[in-house]
Design a protein around this ligand. Structure first.
Ligand code: F6P
Length: 304
């Protein structure tokens, strides 16, 4: 996100615009946490995870009276267009502001990668690399002990992280919210894998899957001859120095967001489709589901 803020700030400044950073998201509009940003204010931020502008949940923005007040504060601060980085909630708020007459361009910031309109959101690649590092480390100890491991990753309603980390980490099973799991089948697979000579068995589970981590663990303890352990990665997935891919993505999208504003367009989110930057109407972004990649699910089964 810092890389995106840098790209937005410097592109806008180079085009003769003034830039105001708003600290703590929508809450900052009420608290008037407006920060004038110059080119040096966004120096040295690319390698830092998180956001130097902070973020916050904001209940006040959820009702129309609050939003009208927010709009008034934005106008009083001389803000004529907004670039908003966030997930479904933030972009829904953005669409409401757009409807009230404030031009808004969105950037995808959802670690779950559940936003329609972009192949990948800012930060997701870095997160996947963190998970991969964990899978590699876990494989070492799992193999030494000949154990099964349940690795829980983020993903409230979306199995993207579990699916892609299982695929790229060579895990045996991905358990995700979008596809039902048969634990008997998982256990059969586990036993067959060890019979074939495997020394580890990694199950990557999305936190939002119907089958929760403790249930999976209890099932294996009760029904499997292979010993199991659990690792829950938690919020380490949402921090750390961004990968090269993420820095390039955030730069391209931030730059494109300002170009879009300069062209007089708004009400869209900039995203990546293949290798192209595309604009998708915010209405579609917040209402259309992002389909799960069934081919990846099949590949995990086939290749493990
Ligand atoms: O939606 C992104 C996400 O990271 C989910 O994967 C996770 O369930 C949730 O946010 C965690 O929220 P918080 O940081 O408020 O605990």
């Amino acid at each position: 996100m810092n890389t995106a803020i840098r790209a937005v700030t410097r592109t806008a400044l180079q085009n003769g615009l003034e830039v105001t950073g708003i600290e703590q998201g929508y809450q900052g509009i009420f608290d008037k946490r407006f920060l004038e940003l110059g080119p040096r204010d966004v120096g040295g931020v690319m390698q830092r995870g998180g956001t130097f502008l902070y973020t916050a949940r904001c209940a006040r923005f959820l009702n129309p009276v609050g939003r009208a007040e927010a709009l008034e504060n934005l106008r009083a601060a001389g803000i004529e267009a907004l670039v908003i980085i966030g997930g479904n909630g933030s972009l829904t708020g953005g669409l409401e502001l757009q409807r009230l007459g404030m031009p808004v361009v969105g950037l995808p910031g959802s670690i779950d990668n559940d936003l329609y309109g972009t192949d990948v959101a800012i930060g997701v690649d870095t997160c996947l690399n963190t998970i991969l590092h964990a899978i590699d480390n876990i494989k070492d100890t799992a193999s030494s002990h000949r154990r099964a491991f349940i690795l829980e990753v983020m993903g409230r309603n979306s199995g993207y992280l579990a699916l892609m980390s299982a695929l790229s980490g060579g895990a045996e099973v991905a358990i995700i919210p979008e596809i039902p799991t048969d634990m008997e089948e998982v256990n059969r697979k586990l036993l067959a894998a060890f019979e074939r000579g495997k020394s580890h068995f990694i199950i990557v589970v999305a936190e939002g899957a119907q089958l929760k981590t403790p249930v999976i663990y209890q099932y294996l303890c009760k029904n499997s001859s292979v010993e199991a352990r659990v690792t829950i990665l938690g919020h380490i997935q949402r921090g750390g120095a961004p990968s090269a891919f993420d820095r390039i993505l955030a730069t391209r999208l931030g730059y494109a967001a300002v170009q879009t504003v300069l062209e007089g367009k708004s009400g869209v989110m900039m995203g990546l489709s293949g290798n192209s930057v595309v604009a998708t109407p915010l209405e579609e972004v917040i209402s259309r589901p992002k389909p799960v990649d069934l081919v990846s699910f099949e590949m995990i089964k086939l290749l493990s």
